[in-house]
Design a protein around this ligand. Structure first.
Ligand code: EPU
Length: 302
């Protein structure tokens, strides 16, 4: 959606927002799909309440994008703007056993920076692509580690009326790939409490997780990680594999031969190809196993 009023563009500048008209979201997502819209990059998150009020007054709908690694966006022209925190402002601040991390920080880099300060615990998350904010939103997890276990407090912007708030870990529920945040809450920063561990020991664990991941996931292809959540007590990947669906293709979207719960954009897939593949696989799993798989990837339709 283009911003047509030059007064709004000028006001964005005053709020320290970088305005990028007609940004193809396919360039900002790991799946490599997503249509064009105007992108607003926020340099100072204290201005968020004013920015949201400005957009509301102008009748401009928006969505917030994190690292773009767990989202499937329609590829036509989009009817909302996209807000994103500027990743350049993502310095970590250590203080004893805690570290304050901006939401726009890269998750893998954060795990490494903490390791260098002998702070461990999050090694399993090393290969999870995306930002710390995105990981918090959905309580990202891998190899027995979930980020929610290390949260002491966090700052967020509540579009639903509260402004910028600080919550302690007791005020947030972190479940399997699910949290109690509202869909329009925007993570701003988090204070993590991490156990002390020797750097060498953390690196060893990181190496093991990286090797496991390389062996079992299609890391070199365009994907959004696992497409479906695992049903209670089951494995979406195993069920899809058992149905012989590895390599199954709709348009340019393919069920990965390496991990059946990864759908990859191999041949210039459209968002529609991916959505059709999701529905097709879900239906086959439902018929064969009686289980309805729920998407893990977040789908944005106009
Ligand atoms: N399996 C198959 N065929 C496949 C894939 C898996 O038989 O094609 C079997 C495996 O052999 C294993 C079981 O299914 O016995 C589980 O597989 P895996 O260990 O790969 O874990 P997963 O449950 O498929 C979860 C997370 C991943 C995370 C890994 C490692 C979900 C939806 N997925 O995958 O997270 O990296 O564990 O901890 O919870 C993501 O969230 O996007 C993601 C990729």
């Amino acid at each position: 959606m283009p911003i047509e009023d030059p007064k709004i563009v000028a006001a964005l500048g005053e709020l320290g927002v970088t305005y990028i008209p007609g940004q193809p979201l396919s360039e900002l997502t790991s799946l490599g799909v997503g249509g064009r819209t105007d992108l607003l990059r926020i340099r100072n998150f204290d201005t968020l309440p004013k920015l949201v009020a400005l957009l509301a007054r102008a009748g401009l709908p928006w969505k917030f994008l994190g690292g773009g690694t767990n989202v499937l966006i329609e590829d036509k022209d989009l009817s909302w703007l996209v807000l994103q925190l500027d990743p350049a402002r993502a310095e970590l601040h250590f203080n004893g056993e805690t570290v304050e991390v901006p939401a726009a920080a890269d998750l893998g880099r954060t795990v490494m920076e903490c390791a260098k300060r002998n702070r461990g615990g999050m090694e399993g998350l090393i290969g999870v692509p995306g930002t710390v904010g995105g990981a918090l939103r959905m309580n990202a997890g891998a190899y027995g580690t979930e980020i929610g276990s290390y949260v002491r407090a966090l700052r967020l912007y509540r579009a639903g009326g509260g402004g910028i708030e600080t919550l302690t870990s007791h005020e947030v529920r972190f479940d399997y790939r699910h949290t109690s945040f509202a869909p329009d809450d925007i993570m701003l920063s988090v204070k993590l409490a991490l156990p002390e561990k020797p750097y060498g020991e953390i690196l060893e664990r990181i190496k093991v997780c990286n090797e496991k991941r390389r062996a079992s996931q299609p890391l070199k292809e365009k994907s959004a990680g696992c497409i479906f959540k695992n049903p209670p007590g089951g494995s979406a990947g195993r069920m899809i594999d058992e149905l012989g669906l590895k390599g199954h293709r709709i348009g340019g979207a393919v069920v990965s031969e390496r991990h059946a719960n990864f759908f990859v954009n191999r041949f210039g897939a459209t968002a529609d190809d991916l959505l059709r593949l999701i529905d097709d696989v879900r239906e086959r799993v439902r018929r064969a196993f009686g289980a309805t798989l729920e998407e893990e990837v977040i789908v944005w339709k106009s």
